[in-house]
Design a protein around this ligand. Structure first.
Ligand code: AGP
Length: 596
């Protein structure tokens, strides 16, 4: 995915655009670029690497004037990481600049058509093709203004896009449009900020609207006009952004990942607040109320997701089968969409996603929905594409997650899936007191997480001991098999350590598989493996078999992944820092994959 920021108003655009890019840098950090229109002239520059490099380049150039402009931070999809491939891209005349997030699937056909008309291209990107096509169609003398040219161009393209376009010949206009990739318009007083996500908007206004698929927005300093690709005017639904700057600032932390690991106790409190009534043994999930009957009577639940969210889906599968006694299965979104999945009557699909923008998860959800399944979402980003496509759902309420490596979203997803399982269980087979007991334990989880975080220094020291090892193995069973996969994913993502060899990290909490895990530990030890264990406080036997132990408080087995994952997150974090890596911007990894 890439990050887009655009501005039109009365203030100088450059500082706003740079600040917005820094807030969106987690979306892509291969290269960055900016264009503004000032006194009828288009200024444009780009730089490979971080936004800081672009800022340095702008400094060398003496900065850009102009109160309309756009900027982009890129995550390469078409063409290598070069300055020529960085956005913005210009049309043939050099008057029009375009930034784009997504993939234009039929760009080769359009490029050929444009080449036949005599156009040449400077980059290998699909975006430049779109810019040149808009330029080809732009004909102010013939009555085709920028908005009409964008609309006409978009009628020709297939694929996904969120775009922002400016033009030197129309210095008082910014045009934005979307299909499939996220885009929002922040509405200020006499100014607008267009961005891929609210993080780049919130410093300027709390009023915003998401651009809908196939909608084109024309912004001028006097107002806005939203229309569809047939030029039928539509009224945008302006909403209040539920986000404050503090949530997206680093504060005292060195990295977003560490900040978000530490936020987990508070995040889980917010996630569960008002949703569980342990005394009454009731779960109240407002988002599902309308479909409660269908959900409770459902015959099969399909959980679909990617990456970390897939690991929480696996825990969700255990929870639904174990507590609610309902057949459940986990599907990679990327695979589900290309099979011919059988959706019987009474099937419910639950899409799990932090960003709500993962293309494969979205496609799987749409596929299941088209085949008649009830489509539910467990999503963090409010108003995101997947959230809007579902029939109903439950938001995580864990706050924005900016670190590329997902942490608090994982525990939030597991907390929500636990509540969904209890919601169904209580209405199916689970006795009220058993339900109430587990809810009471769930309410205790944030306090227990706080106790785990107190071990941060000890976990750092432990990690130091092993940080030079090139191979690690993570093992867990039952509910903590997916936790082990998640621990391995965290380490791989940010430390680039191959997490399948030795040392061996065992999740050996006091659950039903404890004895089996102890046997597995013995087997590893007898082959010379170094064992690091995540164990339950008070376990006197674990010290005998494990060289190092990270402790978690006692908790019922279904709730243990929410605790067991914390030491693993901290370990991965410290390993990456000790190896000198940029934790929040791991190489070759995007926060969410909004293209196939
Ligand atoms: C996890 O650390 C990664 N960021 C990645 O695996 C992620 O979980 C996956 O891409 C799914 O993203 P989503 O939750 O936004 O859908």
């Amino acid at each position: 995915m890439c990050g887009i920021v655009g501005y039109i108003g009365t203030r100088v655009a450059q500082p706003l655009l740079l600040e917005g890019l820094k807030r969106l840098e987690y979306r892509g950090y291969d290269s960055a670029g900016m264009a503004t229109v000032d006194a009828g002239r288009l200024s444009l520059t780009r730089a490979v690497g971080r936004v800081q490099n672009l800022e340095d380049r702008l400094g060398e150039l003496g900065g850009f004037g102009g109160t309309v402009g756009l900027a982009h931070t890129r995550w390469a999809t078409h063409g290598g990481v070069t300055e020529a491939n960085a956005h913005p891209h210009r049309d043939g005349s050099g008057r029009i600049a375009v930034v784009h997030n997504g993939i234009i699937e039929n760009y080769t056909v359009i490029r050929q058509y444009l080449e036949e008309k005599g156009h040449t291209f400077k980059s290998e990107t699909d975006t430049e093709v779109l810019a040149v096509l808009i330029g080809e169609l732009f004909d102010p003398e013939g009555g085709v203004d920028l908005e009409s040219a964008v609309r006409a161009a978009l009628r020709e393209v297939t694929g996904a896009y969120a775009i922002a376009v400016i033009c030197a010949a129309e210095p008082d206009t910014l045009v934005a449009a979307r299909k499939g990739s996220p885009l929002m318009v922040g509405v200020g007083s006499g100014e607008y900020v267009v961005a891929s996500d609210p993080a780049a908007i919130i410093a300027h206004t709390t009023q915003a609207f998401p651009v809908d698929d196939y909608h084109v927005v024309k912004l001028t300093r006097d107002g806005l006009r939203t229309s569809n690709l047939d030029n039928v005017e539509v009224t945008p639904k302006i909403m209040q952004l539920e986000l404050d700057l503090e949530q997206i600032d680093l504060g005292q932390f060195q990295h977003y990942m560490l900040k978000e690991i530490y936020e987990q106790p508070r995040a889980i409190r917010l996630c569960c607040r008002g949703r569980i009534d342990a005394r009454e043994g009731k779960v109240v999930l407002g988002g599902l109320a309308q479909y409660a009957k269908e959900l409770v009577k459902s015959r099969r639940v399909i959980l679909t997701a990617q990456g970390t969210a897939l690991h929480s889906a696996m825990i969700g599968e255990y929870l639904l089968e174990d507590l609610a006694k309902i057949p459940a299965e986990v599907e990679y979104g990327s695979e589900f969409r290309y099979r011919n999945p059988i959706i019987e009557d009474g099937s419910v699909v639950i899409a799990i996603s932090q960003s709500g923008e993962t293309a494969d998860t979205l496609a799987a959800l749409m596929e299941a929905k088209e085949r008649g399944a009830l489509a539910l979402g467990v999503i963090n980003a409010v108003g995101s594409t997947i959230a809007r496509e579902t029939d109903a759902g439950v938001y995580l309420r864990v706050g924005p997650e900016i670190g590329v490596a997902s942490t608090k979203a994982f525990t939030g997803q597991v907390a929500v899936l636990t509540m969904i399982a209890l919601f169904m269980a209580r209405r199916r087979f689970m006795a009220p007191d058993a339900c109430a007991r587990l809810m009471g334990e769930l309410e205790q989880t944030p306090d227990k997480m706080e106790r785990i975080l107190e071990q941060d220094d000890a976990i750092r020291t432990l990690t130091e001991k092993y940080v030079e090892r090139e191979n690690w193995l993570f093992l867990g069973r039952g509910y903590n098999f997916p936790t082990a996969l998640e621990g391995a994913l965290k380490l791989k993502e940010i430390s680039y350590i191959h997490a399948e060899g030795m040392p061996v990290v065992f999740i050996a909490n006091k659950g039903p598989q404890y004895d089996k895990v102890m046997n597995n530990i013995e087997e590893v030890r007898s082959r010379g493996g170094h064992v690091i264990a995540v164990a339950t406080e008070g376990d006197k036997d674990i010290g005998r078999v494990a060289e190092d132990v990270m402790w978690i408080p006692d908790t019922p087995d279904p709730l243990s992944p929410m605790l067991a994952v914390l030491p693993l997150q901290l370990m991965a974090y410290h390993a990456a820092v000790l190896r000198g890596h940029d934790v929040d911007k791991p190489r070759n990894l995007a926060k969410s994959v909004t293209v196939e």
